[in-house]
Ligand binder design. Structure first.
Ligand SMILES: Cc1ncc(COP(=O)(O)O)c(C=O)c1O
Length: 410
């Protein structure tokens, strides 16, 4: 059957996206990466951009671990020992020693009974939520939660969905009171990002947890908090334990990624033995999809060991200092940003065209920084999302700030 008619329909859809300014620009192809040296952080070389090396301000690699020898060695050694791919799903013949060691290490790192790794944090969110949301579950979600949570809620069939305004715990409590009035609700799940990826702000986990415990007695299967802290784990808190460490509270089920601060790839959930065993037996994203490679698991293991060491503490301290320097620099240059300590530092343009112009100007000055516009952020909150890394040097960040000031001076 020919694709002619479908191609025509899809081309029309793409034209619609383009006319709304929502079509993605062509992807930039990285052809080489130069490791950090002295007062210069890593440099990225792009296809078609000649010999110019770019400072990358739009990577989630908050500690720059992806270029560290310990991780590269870990991946290489496991690759030589086990091969580069898992060959099958976990329960058939795809479970290798590094997968099991990594799960034990993650459980230990987050002080949980157990952990389960999945192909990505996206699939971990889908896997956890779609399995725990039953037909008698009410789900209550922050309005700015990541797309993986939104799609997990679409995949599940809850008895009801409620959305509370961003980080508004008074409204969350109102919704819990409304839920009490619904006798068929057996289980309530409150789901939130830990760090909100486009703003770098942090969920009020202590209050959310307090409410879940206070209202837990009102429902036969309690009120459970699920937090996706993909931008928090490894990058935030004194020792990289993320939003939980920063707020001093714990979610019942924690979801994280290995693909941001930990510098590798893959996702995971950490919780009680029972929850993890249940997911291992029921989550389709685990049962029917290959795991990360043994090499990736070994590299992630090396990343956690590194974060959890004296060097890791130093990297985190440096990251906090560099983030402060950059945020203050933005403000001094007259730009608007959100307050906070997380290395996501948005420059709010509140305007789509301005976001694109600043990004283009930065590109011409050797800086990669992404404009983030509707529908990824609400209208009026358009921004350039800067992401500071421990691998940046102070000199790099001052160069970026200088390029931004030169935009203002135009
Ligand atoms: C909150 C949140 N969850 C999940 C993801 C996806 O992570 P992964 O690439 O591991 O699927 C992201 C990435 O931006 C995120 O911000």
């Amino acid at each position: 059957m020919s694709l002619t008619k479908l191609n025509r329909a899809l081309a029309e859809e793409i034209r619609n996206l383009e006319s709304q300014g929502r079509k993605k620009p062509p992807e930039r192809v990285i052809v080489a990466v130069k490791k950090p040296a002295l007062d210069r952080g890593p440099r990225f070389y792009l296809y078609g951009a000649g010999k110019k090396g770019f400072i990358c301000m739009n990577s989630n690699s908050y500690l720059g671990l992806g270029l560290c020898n310990e991780l590269i060695r870990g991946e290489e050694t496991a690759g030589r020992k086990f091969g580069v791919g898992p060959g099958a799903v976990r329960f058939i013949s795809g479970t290798f020693r590094p997968h099991v060691d990594l799960e034990n290490r993650l459980a230990d790192f987050h002080d949980r009974d157990a952990a389960i790794i999945m192909g990505s944090a996206y699939s971990a969110s889908l896997g956890v939520l779609s399995q725990l949301i039953t037909e008698s579950t009410l789900i209550i979600s922050d309005e700015l939660n990541h797309n993986c949570i939104i799609n997990a809620m679409r995949l599940a069939r809850p008895i009801g969905k409620m959305i509370y305004p961003h980080n508004n715990t008074a409204d969350l409590e109102k919704k819990l009171n409304e839920a009490i009035e619904q006798p068929r609700v057996k289980r309530v799940i409150i789901v939130t990002d830990g760090i909100f990826s486009m703003r770098g702000d942090c969920a009020p986990l202590a209050k959310i947890k307090f409410l879940s415990e206070e209202y837990g007695t009102c429902f036969p299967e309690g009120v459970i908090t699920v937090m996706d802290d993909s931008h928090g784990v490894g990058a935030f808190g004194k020792t990289g334990r993320g939003t939980e460490e920063h707020t001093g509270a714990r979610a019942d089920i924690l979801i994280g990624t290995l693909g941001k601060a930990f510098g590798v790839n893959g996702g995971y959930a950490a919780a009680s033995e029972e929850v993890i065993e249940y997911l291992r037996n029921t989550a389709p994203m685990y049962i029917f999809s290959n795991p990360i490679s043994p090499g990736e698991a070994a590299a992630a293991l090396a990343a956690i060991d590194l974060v959890d060491s004296h060097l890791g503490r130093e990297l985190l301290t440096g990251l906090r200092e560099k983030t402060r320097l950059f945020r203050e620099g933005l403000k001094d240059a007259g730009f608007e940003t959100f307050e906070g300590d997380h290395p996501v530092v948005p420059l709010l343009t509140r305007n789509t065209d301005l976001a694109h112009s600043i990004s283009k100007h930065l590109f011409e000055h050797g800086v990669l920084a992404s404009p983030i516009v509707y529908p990824v952020v609400p209208r009026g909150e358009e921004e350039i999302r800067f992401q500071v890394s421990a691998a940046h040097t102070e000199k790099d960040l001052r160069m970026v700030l200088k390029a931004l000031r030169s935009f203002k001076g135009q």
